[in-house]
Design a protein around this ligand. Structure first.
Ligand SMILES: NC(=O)c1ccc[n+]([C@@H]2O[C@H](COP(=O)([O-])OP(=O)(O)OC[C@H]3O[C@@H](n4cnc5c(N)ncnc54)[C@H](O)[C@@H]3O)[C@@H](O)[C@H]2O)c1
Length: 247
């Protein structure tokens, strides 16, 4: 028996990296999963991994920063599965650069995907959750949203915003039996971090007490905990997954 038997989950940005690991983890615990990303074709491997576990997958092209696209995806998901029990707001991007050189476009784009995308999906999915009087939402923040980072004013602001949104939504929705929590990963090995120069990676590693970078599965395991009844009395919380980088 899985911890999520009979549950329907939706994971954004599920084509690769942490989102894919989360989608596979939820399926392994018995959930059917709606997976979305910018391009439907990119989702083929995630979709196969879910069906290989004997669960149903529905792959949809979605731009989380566009209200119309988000609503279409939620409508399709509800048409396909009838309800949504779990929402994982994972899609996120970086457009790094020092403040004085950061373009308005790089600021707007990061806020639009990371923060507005989380707002749009939370709003669109929580309507149904309120009606069914149950639901779980997990948002991908970052330790950068807690401690800041030179060269990431846009990203840090977006993730601090995700944390504030998490706590506010948790307060609004708690009485409807909907829990909203966030995870704050540290340095996780994905394509997002592979792009960083070796010198930056070395500096990061030196700051991690556990002396290793995290893996997508390290994050997926904590997201599973927050999505499962094991965390039934937790809402509005932010759990750091950083090998001790943030304590
Ligand atoms: N990798 C890390 O070290 C790390 C650390 C802290 C937090 N995070 C957060 O975890 C989440 C996943 O990160 P990752 O490392 O797996 O990144 P990634 O770049 O490997 O994957 C992100 C996915 O999101 C998708 N995406 C981007 N913009 C989108 C949009 N507008 N609509 C729909 N999908 C979109 C991408 O296509 C991609 O498949 C992000 O929110 C990120 O900020 C990552």
């Amino acid at each position: 028996m899985g911890q999520l038997d009979g549950k329907i989950a939706l994971v954004t940005g599920a084509a690769r990296g942490i989102g894919r690991a989360i989608a596979e983890k939820l399926a392994a615990e018995g959930a059917d999963v709606v997976v979305c990303d910018l391009n439907r074709d990119w989702l083929a491997e995630t979709e196969q991994a879910i069906t290989a576990k004997g669960r149903k997958a529905l792959a949809l092209a979605t731009d989380v920063s566009q209200a119309k696209s988000v609503q279409q995806t939620v409508d399709e998901a509800l048409k396909g599965f009838g309800r949504l029990d779990i929402l994982i707001n994972n899609a996120g991007i970086t457009r790094d650069g020092f403040l004085v050189r950061m373009s308005e476009e790089d600021w707007d784009q990061v806020l639009a995907v990371n923060l507005k995308g989380t707002f749009l999906f939370t709003k669109a999915v929580s309507r149904g959750m309120i009606k069914q009087k149950s639901g779980v939402i997990v948002n991908l923040a970052s330790i950068i949203g807690l401690i800041g980072n030179a060269g990431q004013c846009n990203y840090a602001a977006s993730k601090a915003g995700v944390i504030a949104l998490t706590k506010s939504a948790a307060r609004e929705l708690a009485s409807r039996n909907i829990r909203v929590n966030a995870v704050a990963p540290g340095f996780i090995e994905t394509k997002m971090t592979a792009a960083l120069p070796e010198a930056v990676r070395g500096k990061m590693l030196a700051a991690i007490p556990m002396a290793r970078f995290g893996l997508p599965d390290d994050v997926a395991n904590v997201v599973l905990f927050l999505a499962s009844p094991a965390s039934a009395y937790m809402t509005g919380q932010v759990l750091s997954i950083s090998g001790g980088m943030v304590m």
